[in-house]
Design a protein around this ligand. Sequence first.
Ligand code: PHE
Length: 414
Amino acid sequence: MVTAKWLLCGLGLVALSAMLGLTGCEKKEGGGASAGGERPAPKAAAPRGQTPVGEGNTYDTGSGPIKVGHFGSLTGPQATFGQSTSQGLRLAIEEFNAAGGLNGRQVALVEYDTKGDAREAGLVVTRLVNSDKVSAVLGEVASSLSLAGAPVAQQAGVPMVSPSSTNPRVTEVGDMIFRVCFIDPFQGQVCATFAKERGISTVAILYDQSQAYSAGLATEFERAFVKLGGTISGKQTYNEGDQDFTAQLTAIRSGNPGMIFIPGYYTDVANIAIQARKLGVTVPLLGGDGWDSSKLAEIGGTAVEGSFYSNHYTVDDPSPVIQDFIRKYRAKFGQVPDGLAALGYDAARLLFEAMARARSLHGGHLRDAIAATREFHGVTGTISINDKRDAVKPAVIVEMKGGQPRYVATVNPE
Ligand code: PHE
């Protein structure tokens, strides 16, 4: 199952100062009052059997800009998630508009900060669909925040595409909710297979019980690892923002695992790594896509060196599609794009491609067009939307080396 495709290309990491190009984009302050905008009557009735609730925002007959919403964590402990996603989709919007937009209509981004907070996520999606009357919503990254926003989009009949939420429950919210990434039953299997193939027979798990992503991925990993004949030496929990992990790490240390699986987000993971090393725990740490941030090494330093995580793409992939994206992104933002940036770019481009095929931008029509997406060529792989509105795609395993995630292996879905 694991195809080892060794690192073929090293990329010089030039960090220039980030410049946000805001052309064609609108940025607003997040949160606050819930939206009070009235929704006009839909211009066309939904075909029978479609869009059971809400009618979407049917502004597709005008000549003004097509509004697309983004809700993401632009500040807070997951700030790089929202920032990278925002940059990725801004690049896609800029390219789409430069190429003429949708029959001459430009896409305008309306963006709100969730601050990494579920209540805030619900409020800003309400504002996007009711006040701003966006045609579609992009976001969130964190599964718990997508789970907070999705019912609002579903209720309003406005399609939502999460670039990167991997918890299965996200798209189960309803027929308006899509994602362009793989899901955690697969990611758990990828991590478990990787640990097993490295000869690890015992793993401890430390997960964030406040996050749907972390708790779900912990369960999926355990299931897969045990099925492969592995042993879980202990399972410990924390809550996002915790500062002291001594009790959990001490308990884990006594079980003498060969690896510790930590399916958390980068800020907590980096703090956990630092404390683990202080307690004399030297085994590699293993994680999922939630580690994907330049802040992981910035905060964690040498404590995260030699640890592994699964992700959606790697900058070490020499394929022209990926290298071309990296070049464009770097030219615009002065940064190397992480997985979130790549997924944000793919989510936006896939949405625009669906808009171009849709009968109209009516929520039901747009939903049908997104659902019909097959073999869309993204930076993060070929994306086909399945009957659960998920994408089935390969994952990569990377290792932290010299403060950078370096390619180790690609794992294809069966
Ligand atoms: N998959 C994570 C979640 O569902 C979010 C994430 C995706 C974080 C990709 C980093 C990179 O919560």
